[in-house]
Ligand binder design. Structure first.
Ligand code: DAH
Length: 354
């Protein structure tokens, strides 16, 4: 870097000389033309000022201009060499060593995580996955599942009916948003002969209010096993095994009598509370138990209605709500958090979340 020459028009260029080392193309090329250009260059213009000087003053001024020109020429060449050698990062204002801002790749929703895990446990027991439509007929959603017309059990299953043009109510042809995944039991059995071992994930719809423990649309997982010689002991053994795999080896289960039109006998399965291990706490409302599913032996009329001989085949089924299970597992106090799609909440569950 040359010393200031004392000529203001030349010394004014010194900051630009210092800045050459920070320039990248195309700014570097533009600056080279702006300083050294034969016609418009700043140094060429300065040289023209020589005309205003006395003959005695001219040599010293000419020498100062040449010195500055040489300094610029060297600086441009050095900067080009540095860029060519890939050393830009050292002198550039952009710090290329700084880690990039990775974009969030997304994560699985907590309910999806629970569903996947449950399906994997049943897949390990030889169950296949089956799915069915969310717009169901009244026949498959209710009648084939042995709901008698106007049975009070249907009150809990009030839902939206769709206008489709197919409306013979007597034949159960009206179309509705399914209230449970149980109609996929019917579809599975009607699609081919036994044996059946399927788990059925899906979304279902009810008139339920949207409050801390209810949602009008929610996830369910259904299970169905039908074969020769299947008894209640298979139901208990399989579901107890599932509970221990899913919640831990020392999980206890208990079955309470219940009612569903499509099973006989019917039961609710409770698991020992994983927070207090049975002592009683907030999440289990002091009982030491948490209800996780409804189940039972498939009603003979349901089998018969699907063309399966109930004298030869028996089976069991279950239905559970993975959102409730996710709430227990992740200690989520309000079901709405799972369905509102607020990323501040959901991103806590995504693996690798940021
Ligand atoms: N479908 C029932 C409901 O949504 C749940 C259920 C209970 C399913 C017992 C079953 C079962 O398969 O055996 O309330």
């Amino acid at each position: 870097m040359p010393e200031p020459s004392g000529y203001p028009e030349l010394d004014a260029l010194l900051p630009r000389l210092a800045a050459v080392a920070t320039l990248d193309d195309p700014a570097l090329e533009a600056e080279e033309i702006a300083i050294l250009g034969r016609k418009q260059g700043a140094l060429t213009a300065a040289l023209r000022g020589v005309a205003n000087l006395t003959p005695e003053q001219r040599p010293a001024f000419g020498a100062a201009v040449n010195q500055l020109k040489e300094a610029f020429t060297l600086a441009f060449a050095a900067r080009r060499a540095a860029l060519a050698a890939g050393q830009a990062a050292r002198t550039s204002r952009d710090d290329l060593s700084m880690p990039g801002r990775a974009t969030w790749m997304g994560g699985r929703h907590p309910v999806t995580q629970v569903v996947d895990e449950i399906l994997a446990i049943f897949a390990g027991l030889g169950f296949a996955i089956a799915v069915g439509p969310e717009a169901e007929t009244e026949e498959t959603n209710f009648l084939a599942l042995n709901f008698p017309d106007d049975h009070p059990a249907m009150d809990m299953h009030d839902t939206l009916y769709l206008e489709t043009g197919v409306t013979d109510p007597a034949r159960g042809e009206r179309v509705l948003l399914r209230t449970h995944t149980s109609p996929v039991q019917i579809r599975t059995m009607r699609a081919g002969p036994p044996p059946y071992r399927v788990v059925i994930p899906g979304t279902v719809y009810r008139k339920d209010p949207f409050d801390a423990s209810h949602a009008p649309g929610f996830a369910q997982i259904e299970g169905l096993a039908v074969d020769e010689g299947i008894g209640f002991v298979d139901l208990k053994g399989t579901l107890a095994h599932f509970a221990r795999r899913f919640l831990g080896p020392d999980t206890k289960v208990r079955f309470r009598p219940s009612f569903f039109p499509f099973t006989e006998p019917s039961a609710e399965m409770d698991v020992s509370c994983r927070f207090c291990r049975g002592a009683g706490c907030g999440p289990c409302k002091g009982t030491g138990w948490m209800e996780i599913l409804g189940c039972g032996m498939v009603h003979p009329s349901v089998l018969e209605g699907c063309g399966v001989d109930p004298e030869r085949y028996t089976g069991w089924a279950f239905g559970m709500g993975p959102a409730r299970i996710a709430m227990q597992r992740f200690e989520v106090p309000d079901i709405r958090l799972l369905y509102e799609g607020d990323m501040r909440f959901l991103s806590q569950f995504g693996r690798g979340a940021r």
